[in-house]
Ligand binder design. Structure first.
Ligand code: ZN
Ligand code: FE
Ligand code: FE
Ligand code: ZN
Length: 287
């Protein structure tokens, strides 16, 4: 369904699922056409968030690299266009909050670059993501799915979670995305998976970094939320704070399956999520 301005402006749209505390939730993980694999302008994402009764929306497209790098992110020269798109959305839906974020790819050696990105704009938050396990190997790219049968899944999981822990330990990010993305196509090693999660949970707790609970996994072959229930229980026990995100690549994905995620976090014991403005976090109770 497409939501148009006048309906929202005149209050003709009521929230789709107001029963559980959706009104206090924000969706901070969304994309723009600048990354070449998403559709819809930020203003459309913002209107969708308003219509769903979310409290805030944030735009967080894939970060530019200093040099051309792959075919699924904005170029460095497109950052100004990105800022303009977010400004346009803000102007269209004010005073509804549209936050400025970025989904930053982490891999070792990128720290200086990420610090320079952090200085380029008044970001509301930076999301840390691990997609690359090695140069040219983005683990969530269907192009490389064959790698899961070329080497033990346990090794791939080790690689992924080691990178993810390093990403968190940089302390450069407000929260980290899709915590167990490596399961995207359904590959899981045998045995106790907590051994993979433990160092990550410790890094989150040590650095005070928050974790994303992402409904995107429900739309992927694995068919479940990132992270697994077990990992989220460990995070809760360690006092790690969370946000719920959709990782929307189209306006109609904003807030997707938030009631499912909200039920999960409540079951586990969470009573609040975080909101971010100018890289300051606020704890917001679930209503
Ligand atoms: Zn993307
Ligand atoms: Fe991502
Ligand atoms: Fe994303
Ligand atoms: Zn993502």
């Amino acid at each position: 369904m497409r939501l148009t301005g006048p309906f929202v402006k005149h209050g003709l749209l009521t929230p789709f699922f107001p029963a559980i505390g959706t009104r206090m939730l924000a969706d901070y993980h969304t994309h723009t056409p600048l990354c070449r694999h998403a559709t819809g302008a930020p203003v459309e994402y913002a209107l969708a968030a308003m219509a769903m009764g979310l409290a805030e929306v944030g735009i967080s497209d894939h970060s530019p690299m200093p040099e051309p790098f792959d075919d699924w992110r904005m170029d460095l020269g497109e950052l100004d266009e990105y800022f303009a798109l977010v400004a346009e959305a803000r102007a269209a839906v004010a005073p509804f909050p549209v936050r400025l974020g970025l989904e930053v790819d982490y891999f070792p050696g990128q720290e200086k670059w990420i610090e320079s990105l952090a200085d380029r704009a008044p970001w509301d938050y930076l999301i840390g993501s691990v997609h690359y396990l090695a140069p040219g190997w983005d683990v969530d790219n269907p192009k490389w799915i064959g790698k899961f049968s070329e080497q033990p899944v346990a090794e791939i999981w080790q690689l992924y979670f080691a990178e993810y822990e390093k990403c968190i330990r940089t302390g450069l990010f407000d929260f980290v995305a899709h915590p167990d993305l490596v399961k995207k196509f359904g590959h899981r090693p045998a045995g106790d998976l907590r051994t993979y999660y433990e160092p990550v949970i410790a890094a989150l707790a040590d650095t005070g970094t928050a974790m994303e609970v992402s409904t995107a996994g429900l739309r992927k072959p694995v068919g479940e939320i990132y992270p697994s229930r077990e990992m989220l229980e460990m995070a809760f026990a360690a006092g790690v704070e969370i946000v719920i995100s959709s990782d929307a690549h189209a306006p109609e994905e904003v807030g997707a399956d938030f009631p499912v995620a909200e039920q999960l976090i409540r079951d586990i014991g969470y009573t609040s999520t975080l909101q971010f403005a100018r890289r300051q976090k606020t704890r917001v109770p679930l209503t």
